[in-house]
Design a protein around this ligand. Structure first.
Ligand SMILES: [Zn+2]
Length: 204
């Protein structure tokens, strides 16, 4: 008996379950109407309540992927028992791996690309620029690739590398989506590894 067909079924199941839980992040918010209040990717985004809200939305969609992953996991188990077992095993292994890697967050693994703490830090920067201790007379804080900085005086206000923020990516839908699959939404350039550590979500 040939091994070719089972290997194909397995790979197909694996790929389907790989893509499935990641689709929400790729699809939701990429439309034009969702991003009218933000400059186009990859330009810096001025800090605003809308931006803070976007970080929280991305965080919600990220955890939604966790729930979505249980669908191929269950379907995989059903398929192993009553359907094509190679296909089912591919589904099951891939979504199980996804769920396990996300669960690592709770035992000191990598933090999600979007956290509550991140949103709170953006809010703190905004509050500070409106207070007496602001960096200059007309502060305009914006989120650049590696930092939140004032575009008027250039002062670095917080060192938070910018994750993907759901904007339509400049490299187009397919290349952009592929890049998202590879990075999972994390900042593509980051030399603030220690800073990322501080973004741990204490309530999760
Ligand atoms: Zn300034």
């Amino acid at each position: 008996m040939s091994l070719f067909a089972p290997v194909m079924y397995f790979s197909f199941g694996f790929i389907v379950a790989f893509l499935f839980p990641r689709l929400p992040i790729i699809m939701i918010t990429r439309g034009k109407g969702f991003n009218t209040s933000f400059p186009e990717h990859p330009f810096p985004i001025p800090l605003s309540p809308k931006l803070t809200q976007r970080v929280l939305h991305m965080r919600m969609i990220y955890w939604m992927g966790f729930v979505v992953a249980t669908i191929p996991l269950l379907f995989g188990l059903v398929s192993i028992k009553w359907g094509n077992s190679a296909f089912g095993f591919g589904l099951w292994l891939s979504s199980g791996w996804f769920i396990l890697s996300r669960l690592q967050t709770f035992v000191g693994g990598p933090k999600p690309p979007w956290t509550l703490t991140m949103a709170q830090r953006l809010q703190t920067v905004m509050d500070e620029t409106k207070s007496d201790s602001s960096c200059c007379t007309y502060p305009q804080p914006e989120w650049q690739i590696l930092t939140v900085s004032c575009s008027t005086c250039g002062k670095v206000l917080d060192k938070i590398p910018r994750p993907d923020l759901g904007r339509k990516r400049m490299d187009g839908f397919f290349v952009g989506s592929f890049r998202l699959l590879l990075t999972d939404g994390y900042p593509t350039v980051s030399d603030h590894g220690d800073e990322l550590e501080n973004l741990q979500d204490s309530e999760e």
